[in-house]
Design a protein around this ligand. Structure first.
Ligand code: GLN
Length: 311
């Protein structure tokens, strides 16, 4: 077997140069700001659970987090409800697209927190007396995961809210099943604003590392969520994080991860590191093509695959 590289000194710029020529995939067009993304942007970062940060060129370029926010919304909902969020959202993979208009049969709950239905629900469970307070709690929580005060792009938030017809449909469906306590428009607004949180690859890697370190931010030392919550979130990322591509992802990369349509992917290797691979062109499942490829190589070089043995 080839020797295992050290994540602290691993050459992320060399990996970046290697995947840059990959030209497959298309940039998301759901809102104008995403359609304008630079298809040649590639950024990589990783943070070890003892707080060493390693990043490539462009790791400080910000983009909206999009669905890579979902594990963190789930984490905040679990934390704020003392685990009761697990009664209100399923944890089974759907084998369907992220915005499928479908709830769990029999219960009317969203199938899992990594698809839109589930993330709308977890956003509604984060504690806050009104929309503004809930937005503020989510903003503070995401910033704690990232170890710095994050910005929100209000124009992206507005467009996500206005143009998110399928998200409104999902929220209406959950209301009709009695599984969503908050109003439809407020729920979509809170979720849309969370998706419009601006992160760079380094932020996202540190967010993943905080989960991988059992909920304690390894750079700031702040306990963001409990170790039980971090474990629950990573478990669901492993089975549902890449939607209907989760099986292929687990076989090829073997590291729990969550993708977003801006081209973000956050990975959490428990007890080891968090990583982010960012590049806007997406495959049919809404996952960054270069990000997937880079994750495979990273997993191989750093021996991160959950199910590989050294035999
Ligand atoms: N903002 C997007 C939506 O809810 C996020 C989707 C995604 O990144 N997969 O529709």
């Amino acid at each position: 077997m080839d020797s295992v590289a050290d994540p602290r000194t691993y050459d992320l710029d060399a990996l970046r140069a290697r995947i840059l020529p990959e030209a497959e995939g298309t940039v998301d067009r759901s809102i104008p700001q995403l359609a304008r993304a630079d298809p040649d942007l590639v950024a990589l970062a990783l943070v070890t659970v003892d707080g060493v940060v390693n990043s490539s060129a462009c790791a400080d370029v910000e983009l909206s987090i999009q669905s890579a926010v979902k594990p963190f919304l789930f984490a905040l909902a679990l934390e704020d409800t003392r685990g009761e969020a697990l009664d209100q959202v399923g944890i089974e993979p759907t084998g369907e697209a992220f915005d499928a208009i479908k709830l769990e049969s029999g219960t009317g709950r969203p199938p899992n927190p990594m698809v839109n239905a589930g993330a709308l629900l977890t956003a509604s469970l984060v504690y806050g007396e009104d929309v503004a307070a809930r937005n503020e709690r989510i903003h503070a929580g995401l910033s704690a995961f990232a170890g710095r005060e994050l910005d929100v792009d209000e124009e992206i938030a507005r467009n996500e809210h206005l143009l998110g017809d399928r998200n409104h449909a999902l929220a209406h469906l959950m209301r009709s099943e009695g599984t969503l306590a908050l109003g439809v428009d407020d729920t979509v607004a809170v979720y849309a604003r969370a998706c419009a949180t601006m992160v760079d690859a380094r932020d996202l890697a540190l967010m993943g590392a905080t989960l991988a370190a059992g909920g304690r931010n390894p750079v700031t030392g702040v306990n963001v969520v409990s170790a039980q919550v971090a474990r629950d979130v990573i478990s669901v990322m492993a089975t549902c994080g890449v939607y209907d591509g989760s099986g292929r992802w687990m076989r090829q990369v073997g590291v729990p991860a969550k993708s977003g349509v801006s081209g973000t992917i956050v990975l959490s290797a428990p007890g080891s590191l968090g990583a982010a691979v960012v590049s806007p062109p997406l495959d049919d499942q809404g996952t960054s093509v270069r990000g997937h490829r880079a994750s495979e190589i990273l997993s191989e070089d750093l021996a991160l695959h959950s199910f590989a043995t050294s035999r």
